[in-house]
Design a protein around this ligand. Structure first.
Ligand code: FAD
Length: 505
């Protein structure tokens, strides 16, 4: 506080001088603070999606002054690795979901589907289904943004095979798991009808799964657990006739695993199992190199090979693009970046900071299954969650440094946020995203699993019951809330004691 001015002698003058100097001091203090962290204008960050990537991002964004709005047609986060279990009743749907609104109390949520991202006008075009009583209509509106994060995941890729959309079931969402659970009950109740011929009964109890990635294999494992424990108890006369066929176009199951673990998975799937009441459950008929050419109302066609009859058929092959992603890709810039978008095969090509190539820099980001970096990362929850956390770190510092220029880590001559900064020549730039592969796990049924876990430079491989214990521990720990953990553990105990619930509504 300067002391060069003469001090007033009257009390009123003294008070006014004191007030004036207090104000001067306050403004100097504010200036010195803003030197370290310049005041940040409030930004509108719009996050599209409520899955793994979006949940990790929104949960880690905290309350940093930005206005965060989550847009998703699904008002909950879904723990996808347990979806196969939910489809046969091993866990209940509500045990593996968590409301979006609980992820971050500072974030707003809009229940809508994003149909387009207009990067010129900086708005997201949305559609919401609005119902009043029994009348529903579609409302279209726009949300302005300063930065938008596209984390809308992927759809199931049918590869244009005729009949798949009409006749197959999928396993991506809770509604899919619910349809599957109903179809499973339906198959056994239908097979119990006295009017059915032997052939019709056998077909009703034929379950076909297309795609031997983690989703297809885990569903086969869960389905066989259901057959061995619950179908054997409730339908003892029918369970012996149940058949599970797994069709895979390539020559291996669980391609991401090591060869020895893949062989173990095949053995485990193919082995006959002893069920409750000493019934025998047939092994999964795994057909490798089986290229599906068409699915009709009763059979899966395999070109020249024998068609496979089915009661229900689950299509669990690769990922396809969500329409808002294709829409955004087609609206992006020309030249090299458009070329990069073309090679991303329906995903949004991103740079190492997850910024969408061809979009205005620092304004449009993509992560998870709908994003494709160089080199492309696997479409897993692990990648999406790590990207979400990473991007939250970048965006938290966005007001203090310029993400658009990718030289963001200096302010007032000081280095900020060490975790997200690194030196490049003379300048300091934001650290690019780096995936830390923690390993992969897959359930194969009969309380057995495969584990391929990274431990520093080495990899731990394990199978059987010990891997299953690890599988359960990891997925229990990874639940997004204590509530989910308690509910999932409760479901497991309930299954052990009472078996799965086969009631149908
Ligand atoms: P998602 O988690 O799919 O989330 C996408 C979100 O976007 C959803 O909330 C959706 O409603 C929303 N959305 C969609 N369209 C729009 C739109 N137009 N506008 C706004 N919002 C939209 N990975 C593993 O690492 N380990 C596993 O064991 C494993 N098991 C799996 C089992 C199954 C059955 C499945 C289906 C997947 C499994 N995965 C596993 C893969 C993992 O689930 C995905 O990689 C992960 O969900 C990708 O996260 P994401 O955030 O990109 O998308």
């Amino acid at each position: 506080v300067p002391t060069t001015q003469p001090e007033p002698t009257d009390p009123l003058g003294f008070a006014s001088l004191l007030w004036e100097r207090t104000l001067q001091y306050g403004s100097k203090l504010a200036d010195s603070l803003s030197d370290e962290a310049p005041a940040k204008p409030t930004e509108d960050i719009v996050v599209l999606g409520s899955g793994w990537g979006a949940a990790a991002l929104v949960g880690a964004l905290g309350s940093n002054g930005e206005r965060v709005t989550v847009v998703s047609p699904r008002n909950y986060f879904l723990f996808t690795p347990m979806l196969a279990g939910a489809a046969v009743g091993t866990v209940e749907y509500r045990s593996i979901t968590q409301p979006v609104r609980s992820l971050n109390k500072h974030a707003a949520y809009v229940e809508a589907t994003a149909t387009a991202v207009d990067t010129e006008r900086k708005v997201v075009v949305c559609e919401a289904v609005v119902c009043e009583g029994s009348q529903c209509s579609i409302d279209e509106f726009e949300l302005p943004y300063d930065r938008v994060v596209i984390a809308v995941g992927a759809t199931t890729n049918t590869f244009g095979v005729p009949g798949v959309r009409e006749h197959c079931l999928f396993l991506k969402q809770i509604s899919d798991a619910d349809s599957l659970r109903k179809a499973l009950g339906n198959a056994f109740e239908r097979a119990s009808l006295p009017t059915l011929s032997a052939d019709e009964r056998r077909r009703a109890l034929s379950f076909c799964v297309v795609g031997a990635g983690p989703t297809g294999v885990e569903f086969c494992g869960e389905l066989r657990d259901f057959l061995a424990a619950d179908a054997a108890r409730y339908y003892p006369d029918l369970v012996g006739e149940a058949r599970v066929t797994l069709l895979e176009a390539t020559d291996q199951v669980l391609g991401a695993f090591d060869a020895s673990l893949r062989a173990e998975a095949l053995d485990e799937l193919r082995v006959r199992r002893l069920a409750t009441d000493n019934q025998d459950i047939a092994g999964v008929d795994v057909k490798l190199g089986a290229q599906v050419t068409e699915v009709n109302g009763t059979h899966v066609l395999l070109g020249e090979a024998d068609p496979v009859p089915y009661g229900f058929c689950v299509w669990a092959t690769g990922n396809g693009a969500v329409s808002v992603v294709s829409e955004t890709v087609s609206s992006l810039g020309e030249g090299a970046q458009a070329e990069a978008q073309a090679t991303a095969r329906g995903r949004l090509a991103v740079d190492p900071w997850l910024r969408v190539l061809g979009a205005p820099r620092g304004e449009v980001y993509a992560l998870g299954d709908c994003a494709c970096g160089a080199p492309p990362l696997p479409a897993t929850a692990q990648v999406a969650a790590q990207q979400g956390e990473y991007l939250a770190g970048l965006l938290r510092g966005a007001g203090r440094y310029d993400l658009g220029a990718a030289k963001p880590c200096r302010a007032g001559g000081r280095r900020l946020d060490e975790l997200f900064c690194e030196t490049e020549g003379d300048s300091v730039v934001a650290r690019p995203f780096q995936f830390l592969n923690l390993g992969i796990l897959a359930y194969v049924g009969d309380s057995k699993a495969l584990a391929q876990v990274s431990l520093g430079d080495s990899t731990l491989k394990d199978t059987g019951r010990r891997a299953f214990a690890l599988w359960r521990s990891v997925y229990l720990a990874k639940q997004v809330s204590l509530r989910n953990r308690v509910l999932v553990a409760g479901d497991w105990v309930r299954d052990r004691v009472f078996g799965r619930d086969i009631t149908r509504f």
